[in-house]
Design a protein. Structure first.
Lengths: 196, 101
């Protein structure tokens, strides 16, 4: 198969694009917008735009890189349409604040009675963890994912999400605050009777 | 210099202490930060619990099995299955649409 014909067959099989490039595009947008539905919509629009413009793909870059550049424009458009700045993920904005303006806990962390050993293999607990992670704003879930699940260093994680280590630290802090209070609400306050 | 710079660095607020407790999981704190956090948690049981919970969460995620790690990654950072199906459907329809005049 020549390069040209393999390229043509790739272009003619857009349904396969989704499995090939969907995750990479979602990860890219995940670091750049906070709303999960917006992130999914932007990926969808990117695939559709790529399909409609496929004749203009010249094969100079890879198909994945080309789609990423389309997505990048979609993200810029999104922020322009919503009359916000390109870097509108406001790092200090708290939709559900944990602290008073003076910096005191609005609701103090409670004592968790379970030890790591009791939690590590508890499938129900991890089910709750999954739910709590899915509820996070997507850019916070993304930061947490890279660092705590992907086990990347702070430097590597900030490089991958295109933000400074300092911004990453802010996102990780927010993600942990939200995850912590979600776990407390949905697990630790409910399961105290279940586990001795 | 940040918006919390008005705070006494040795008597940080709970917000600042929680930032330090989160950062302590990711990097080595400076000597000054370490003392601020230590001093604050000595007096504040809420932040003491928070710091312990940060370490607990970090440890739990560090120790999970490969299969669970993969599952978590799929749930949080992969394009969700429903989206995937919907986009495939849309692309298929787009590809099979009769040519427009």
């Amino acid at each position: 198969m020549t390069v040209r014909s393999s390229l043509t067959s790739q272009l003619d099989d857009p349904v396969n694009w989704v499995d090939r490039y969907g995750d990479a595009l979602f990860r890219y947008v995940g670091a750049r917008v906070s709303n999960r539905e917006v992130a999914e919509d932007l990926v969808q629009e990117t695939f559709l735009a790529a399909f409609r413009q496929r004749k203009s793909f010249d094969g100079k870059s890879t198909l994945g890189t080309w789609m990423l550049s389309i997505l990048r424009h979609k993200i810029i458009d999104h922020y322009r349409k919503s009359h916000r700045q390109a870097n509108d993920i406001n790092e200090t904005l708290e939709t559900a604040p944990s602290f008073s303006p003076a910096g005191k806990w609005l609701s103090s962390p409670a004592r968790w009675r379970q030890t790591p050993d009791q939690l590590a293999e508890n499938a129900e607990f991890w089910h709750i963890v999954e739910g709590c992670l899915e509820d996070l704003p997507v850019h916070l879930a993304h930061a947490f994912e890279l660092r705590e699940i992907g086990l990347l260093s702070v430097e590597e994680a900030s490089r991958q999400s295109g933000i400074t280590p300092k911004n990453l630290a802010v996102r990780l802090h927010r993600a942990r605050l939200l995850l912590r209070s979600c776990l407390e609400r949905k697990w630790f306050q409910r399961s105290s009777g279940v586990t001795p | 210099v940040n918006k919390h710079s008005a705070e006494n660095p040795l008597l940080p607020s709970c917000r600042r202490a929680s930032e330090l407790a989160s950062a302590a999981v990711d990097r080595e704190l400076t000597r000054r930060e370490r003392w601020a956090l230590r001093f604050h948690t000595l007096l504040c049981s809420a932040c003491r619990r928070f710091a312990a919970q940060m370490r607990l969460i970090h440890q739990l995620f560090a120790d999970i099995s490969d299969s669970r790690r993969q599952r978590l990654q799929i749930r949080t950072l992969r394009l969700p299955r429903q989206s995937r199906q919907r986009i495939k459907q849309l692309l298929w329809e787009e590809g099979n649409r009769p040519p427009q005049k």
